[in-house]
Design a binder for this molecule. Structure first.
Ligand code: ADP
Length: 188
């Protein structure tokens, strides 16, 4: 803290007023849901600029390839950009904390759903903190209505012919339906 804590405090105050806070919201977004949008909207309120990092995650065998997922995230976040929020969408496949450094992000944003998310998120945050102690992870909760939405269930429900209109945007719903059609054709 040095010999003059008061001065240190004031310097910090000025620093935090002038520094732009860049947040990184990583995920697979396969596809982007209204739950993600809820978290992105909240994220935009707590950072000056939000970078949405779309994980390639080929090992998880995503339904949509990286370009398609980036494109869908860009499309669904356009209304927020129009409102003046700074949002960038980038694909990534390297170490998350390294990627955060590369893009100048000081905070990682994650969404928390139920207890089921907690253990994985808890471990990931702990590991990331060991890898880079200067990058904070902040958790946000979606509204009650979006709490239960997950990409995985949207895909399962949609594939089985259930109505997914309240979980994803109209554009994403159409893209999902196209994929399901292709999948069914391939199964024949
Ligand atoms: P992952 O493949 O790492 O689970 P996702 O694309 O599913 O990535 O999600 C990215 C982030 O968004 C994760 O932190 C996840 O917990 C969060 N998230 C996804 N859906 C919701 C939701 N309905 N409410 C709150 N957080 C959510």
């Amino acid at each position: 803290m040095g010999s003059n804590p008061r001065l240190f405090g004031e310097e910090r105050k000025i620093d935090s007023m002038t520094t732009k806070h860049v947040g990184l919201y990583p995920g697979t977004f396969d596809p982007i849901t209204k739950g993600h949008i809820d978290i992105i909207t909240r994220g935009c309120r707590v950072v000056d600029k939000l970078i949405i990092a779309v994980a390639r995650n080929d090992r998880k065998g995503p339904l949509f390839n990286t370009d398609e997922r980036v494109e869908m995230v860009l499309h669904d976040t356009e209304p927020l950009r129009k409102k003046g929020f700074q949002i960038e969408v980038l694909p990534f496949d390297n170490l998350l904390v390294k990627f955060a450094r590369d893009v100048g992000a000081s905070v990682i944003l994650r969404g928390l759903r139920a207890v089921s998310d907690f253990e994985y998120e808890f471990q990931m945050t702990g590991m990331n903190a060991r890898l880079d102690a200067e990058i904070e992870t902040v958790f946000l909760m979606a509204s009650e209505k979006q709490q239960f939405v997950s990409s995985r269930f949207v895909k399962e429900i949609g594939y089985l012919g259930g109505d997914i209109a309240s979980f994803v945007s109209a554009d994403t719903k159409l893209k999902l339906e196209d994929k399901f059609k292709l999948m069914r054709l391939n199964e024949e």
